[in-house]
Design a protein around this ligand. Structure first.
Ligand code: ADP
Ligand code: MG
Length: 312
């Protein structure tokens, strides 16, 4: 179990992390989602032991994670931090780079492991290619493989797929996350991209300015976002006010664009402003009560058209 207790931290006088608290059982995947500058990387670095904490504590099982004042070499052998920005030796080839931290004591075993990892990140044909000749995305894949070559007990992934283009991203995510899960590696992912977490993570924490806004199981958090910020990470959303609804609700209600339906027997009426093509559907922008409302729909609608819609 990873335990983060009352984590308060600032690089200088200004507090950056405020009372961050969460636990991750062994083998589970936990995600931190937040805007750029919200403190995601700082949390991961704190967990890794980069800082001497004045307040709060972090434990992995029975080991307290200590900062540089108590731990001469930052980090612990059971934990790996996969940084957002990374450097690889340009003149080493893919195979050498992936095997860099593997023991040379059993060459056959090492080769087998490197082959397995090259297969995982689908770079086997590039085994002998120098890292300097790879694309940014390929370099990130090599860096990922290198980081998990000696399987850590816990891995901290900081925007792990940020440099990888969409063509490879989807499959790579599936491969990496299921590989880590299969091997019972506890996984903490920092990201601003819902695609990195929905479908893979057990629990999500949303942070803003170093504070926890909401924390829950993935499905619960997605279907019950506490505010617009939380919803904004998962899709286009609308705010409805109590007087617009049945009156029984006391607070505003957040509804994603897929939770509204344009239909002839609709309770509400709006005027079409725009239709945006989204591939599998259209996003219709309606003028409703002097604001714009976004609704998924199967066909485009002409601007100016009056349409009815329902919730649910
Ligand atoms: P995120 O990863 O969510 O983008 P960071 O954890 O990198 O956010 O940064 C959180 C805040 O801490 C930002 O305001 C950033 O400017 C500040 N910050 C990050 N690293 C440092 C540092 N080494 N020194 C001072 N301030 C920093
Ligand atoms: Mg970051």
């Amino acid at each position: 179990m990873l335990k983060v207790n009352n984590l308060n931290f600032g690089y200088g006088e200004v507090p950056i992390l405020k009372s961050i608290e969460f636990q991750v059982p062994e083998g589970k995947h936990f995600s931190i989602i937040g805007r750029s500058g919200s403190g995601k990387s700082t949390i991961l670095k704190a967990i890794f032991g980069n800082f001497d904490l004045k307040e709060g504590s972090i434990y992995w099982k029975d080991t307290q994670i200590l900062g540089p004042a108590f731990n001469l070499v930052v980090g612990y052998p059971f934990m790996k931090y996969v940084a957002q920005e990374f450097d690889l030796m340009p003149y080493a080839n893919v195979e050498e780079t992936i095997g860099k931290f593997l023991s040379n004591f059993y060459p056959d075993k090492k080769k087998k492991r490197v082959d397995e990892l090259m297969d995982l990140i689908e770079l086997t044909p590039w085994a002998k290619t120098k890292v300097s000749r790879l694309s940014g995305g390929q370099k990130q894949r090599v860096y990922l493989a290198q980081s998990i070559a000696n399987l850590p007990e816990i891995v901290l992934l900081d925007e792990p797929f940020s440099h990888i283009d969409n063509f490879k991203k989807q499959e790579l995510r599936r491969r990496i996350f299921s590989y880590l899960k299969r091997n019972n590696v506890t996984c903490i992912v920092a990201t601003h991209d819902k695609e990195d977490i929905l479908g893979y993570t057990d629990e999500i924490m949303v942070i803003e300015e170093g504070e926890t806004i909401q924390m829950d199981k993935a499905e619960k958090l997605f279907s019950n976002p506490k505010n617009g910020l939380v919803a904004s990470f998962f899709g286009e959303y609308n705010l409805f006010y109590p007087h617009e609804l049945d009156g029984s609700k006391e607070s505003e209600v957040i509804l994603y664009s897929h939770q509204l339906r344009i239909e002839s027997e609709g309770k509400f009426e709006g005027e079409v402003l725009n239709s945006y093509y989204k591939g599998t559907s259209y996003l219709i922008e309606l003028l409703f009560n002097k604001r714009s409302i976004l609704i998924d729909h199967s066909i485009p609608l002409e601007s100016g058209l009056k349409v009815k819609f329902n919730i649910g």
